[in-house]
Design a protein around this ligand. Sequence first.
Ligand code: APR
Length: 311
Amino acid sequence: MNKISIIGAGMTGATAAHWLAEREFADIVLVDVVEGMPQGKALDMLQAMPIIGRDAGIVGSNEYEATRGSDIIIITAGIARKPGMSRDDLLKTNAGIVGTAATETLKYSPDAIYIVLTNPLDTMAYLTMKKTGLPRERVIGQAGILDSARMRAFVAMETGVSVENINCYVLGGHGDEMVPLTRHSNIAGVPLRDYISADKLEAIVARTRKGGAEIINLLKTGSAYYAPAAACAQMAEAILKDKNLIAPCAAYMNGEYGLHDMYFGVPVMLGRTGMEKIIEYKLDDDEKAMFEKSAAAVKETHEALKNVVEL
Ligand code: APR
């Protein structure tokens, strides 16, 4: 059986375990610093397996040792920004947590592929690659599937068409400057721009960009986790089943789209070796301008990271 370890058994980590267990293609380990919590959640989930008829093993632990021999490591550990905390403070704290999670798990699973969810996403993926020294194929950030799924959900709400017919591609950094590519998006092959009026489409794009904030404002005490966790389960499945699935993910740029030495949301092919290739769209001038603006925002956070941790 494949083995997937999830570091951080909070809302996103535990929900990822849930989606993964339902898909029944891997045993799952939940690791967290909170004593008893990952063990309790794992035991509870394990006891749901007879009800849903799935044979996934799920264990919880406070020790990295439990992750030994994992095929995939998912990192969701981190803290949310607290009142009075600066962005740099948050960056420093999460960089410490993610850096340790990455290097400690690598000791037990030298062949693992990493999926990073902790925010600021692009920068935490960058940190994971630098700290582990792994090739870029094996460190992938989750963001684009989520952002694209939000746009797909909004398009479905607007049109009443099945979500399965709706293809949307939201690329770029995982932040306000993300790049929803409406020209490349379609409903069953019909360009989105031909299906939905310009003002409605603009509203959908704006809502997509603020998708994370909309949920934080509603929840008040946390951020989204069902959809981020589902996105992460889809990535893990595509990798372990060697599907060659093309999906928007954060990948290390080595000249693609004119970008270097940074993580950025682009369409990638996911297969058994991880991020197997980056797909390059032909962008028009407007799209290029959006890419550049988004890349500049990500670069800024990468630079801030270099000021708070040694890479
Ligand atoms: N090692 C392991 N787990 C840790 C560590 C650590 N050093 N530090 C914190 N954690 C755990 C916390 O104990 C908590 O259970 O990480 C978990 C984070 O869970 P939540 O607070 O519920 O946060 P969640 O909503 O899951 O978001 C986690 O994913 O989508 C991103 O922006 C989100 O960065 C955030 C991350």
